[in-house]
Design a protein around this ligand. Structure first.
Ligand SMILES: [Zn+2]
Length: 442
């Protein structure tokens, strides 16, 4: 089911015309209402009237996350506080959060965008929907929530945490839809097994998972464990929140972008140059309808590619690839670029391993030492009996290390641990533990 056929299956020409019209309005609004934007335009020698085609967007300066921090809290708002109805913020790990605002119209648009997204994932009006995204400043919980209601489905606002209660509610309320971070879903699956519940036998038919990069192998695992369709959703608070793009139930091949609201570009993260369709680079978004917090060429830090071909689901909107990783999370191991999702895709091909892992980086003299910590499943543990001095584990480690080297092009230190030795997530998983800065201060 396509929620808004008129827009989602619109001709490319018509979509581009709408985008251009809205781009002009957004640029004008930002220039006239946000001192930071005016200064930034002036510095580049650009006036809003200079934007006459979609290609002209390349004349405009980029926005970065640091611009949000420097204008904390409300400096980038393009609407008066009397017209703002909601604030959200990012879960910033360093210092102050980044703050964004929404007018009533922004919330309406966002709700419709998320309703479209849920339909795209296989949802429909009347579904009971278990929303295990965190509620609060984070956009995940409330973002999904308003979309569920807009669709005419039943929102179950569970939020994150308290896993055994989540399972009771899934058993009792019989949801068709489920949303959470993929790492938290794994946590729920594990807990279900402990409680003697078969995760394949719940009422859930589709899961909308996001807020952290995950691999195709993780999808296969989640679909197998839960007997569902696992759908990737993308979004970030700076641009709007969840729903900026989502995969469709029919193809699960790239995430459809809500292009009448967001204009996407892919750039070379080093030079800032625009890259052609199909090429991998940093994802950049310009909002086209936002009143309170317009963003112009916002550099997301996420690595992906764009694909304009019409999808078999009938939607004509451009698709982005799954997020391969964050520019910031890219590990450089002896000169080779490695993303945690690539490590994940190797580990998950081994049935003896549980889908939990961490990359630990230590400073060893002048060199960085990369260790990949993984753990075996409880089933495998009971087969082999003992981890220490096990020939089977030694053999397994060798095979995994070889596969890892083939995939990454660099050898890493592998640590195979006993079941449940890696910390479980109740939200976003911590995949990288960097101990290098600690070593310097110690
Ligand atoms: Zn599609």
């Amino acid at each position: 089911m396509i929620f808004n056929v008129e827009v989602e299956a619109m001709s490319r020409e018509k979509m581009k015309a709408i985008q251009l019209e809205r781009l002009k309005q957004t640029v004008k609004r930002a220039y006239e209402n946000v001192p930071f934007q005016k200064a930034s335009f002036d510095k580049s020698g650009i006036k809003p009237e200079d934007i006459q085609s979609l290609e002209d967007i390349q004349k405009l300066p980029f926005m970065k996350k640091s611009d949000l921090r420097e204008n904390y809290p409300f400096g980038l708002f393009a609407a008066e506080m009397k017209d703002i109805v909601r604030i959200h913020g990012s879960s910033g790990t360093k210092g102050k959060p980044t703050v964004v605002g929404y007018t009533k119209k922004d919330i309406e648009n966002w709700s419709e965008i998320v309703a479209r997204a849920i339909c795209c994932a296989g949802g429909r009006p009347g579904d009971v929907f278990h929303n295990a995204y965190g509620y609060g400043l984070f956009t995940g919980g409330l973002g999904l929530h308003y979309g569920i209601e807009y669709l005419g489905a039943v929102a179950v606002p569970v939020s994150g945490g308290n896993t055994s209660r989540q399972i009771t509610l899934i058993q009792d309320f019989q949801p068709r839809g489920l949303s959470a971070t993929p790492s938290y879903v794994l946590n729920i699956v594990e807990e279900m097994k402990k409680m003697g519940i078969n995760p394949r036998e719940t009422s859930v038919e589709y899961g909308i998972f996001g807020a952290e990069p995950w691999s195709e192998e993780m999808r296969e695992q989640l679909e197998e464990e839960l007997n569902i369709k696992a759908i990737d959703i993308y979004g970030l608070s700076e641009v709007m929140g969840p729903g900026v793009s989502i995969e469709c139930w029919e193809a699960q091949d790239g995430l459809h972008i809500a292009e009448d609201h967001f204009l996407a570009e892919i750039i070379d993260p080093k030079t800032g140059e625009l890259l052609p369709y199909g090429e991998e680079g940093e994802l950049v978004f310009t909002s086209l309808t936002k009143e309170a917090f317009p963003v112009i060429r916002y550099r997301t830090g996420d690595i992906a590619s764009l694909h304009p071909e019409t999808c078999k689901c009938g939607r004509t909107t451009i698709r982005m690839s799954r997020i391969k990783g964050r520019v910031d999370d890219m590990l450089i191991i002896r000169g080779v670029n490695v993303f945690p999702t690539e490590i994940e895709s190797v580990l998950l091909t081994f049935k003896q391993l549980a889908p939990h892992y961490q990359v630990v980086i230590e400073r060893e003299g002048a060199l960085d030492r990369f260790e990949i910590h993984c753990e075996i499943t409880s089933e495998y543990m009971s087969q082999i009996g003992n981890l220490a001095d096990s020939q089977e584990i030694a053999d397994l480690s060798k095979v995994i290390s070889r596969a890892m080297k083939d995939m990454l092009g660099v050898s890493v230190v592998l640590r195979v641990n006993k079941p449940h030795s890696i910390a479980r997530s109740e939200g976003k998983a911590i995949r990288i533990v960097d101990n290098r800065s600690k070593a310097v201060t110690a």
